[in-house]
Write a protein of this length. Sequence first.
Length: 115
Amino acid sequence: QVQLVESGGGLVQPGGSLRLSCAASGFRFSRYAMKWYRQAPGKERELVGDITSTGASTNYADSVKGRFTISRDNAANMLYLQMNSLKPEDTAVYYCNALVGYNRWGQGTQVTVSS
């Protein structure tokens, strides 16, 4: 079955960096565009960015543009989110997403940006 497993979250100081990973299984990963979302407490889930199936193209929300980078390794069935210059407002649970028949979600990984 389709599985998405996020990891790499944690507590980081403002200005710091984190790299999130998403391990995908149960579907032909290299054929699907992938997305990262986040959900802060009391807020709706929002799109952080996406990447095409080949990794040739990415798009980002204005709030993270220039600070976050999405990449993928199709040979390893892995999706990544490199987050630099983190701000307190980046605090959220981060989810990877794939549209495989319907929206598939991982369990999420918590990112907390605080001094």
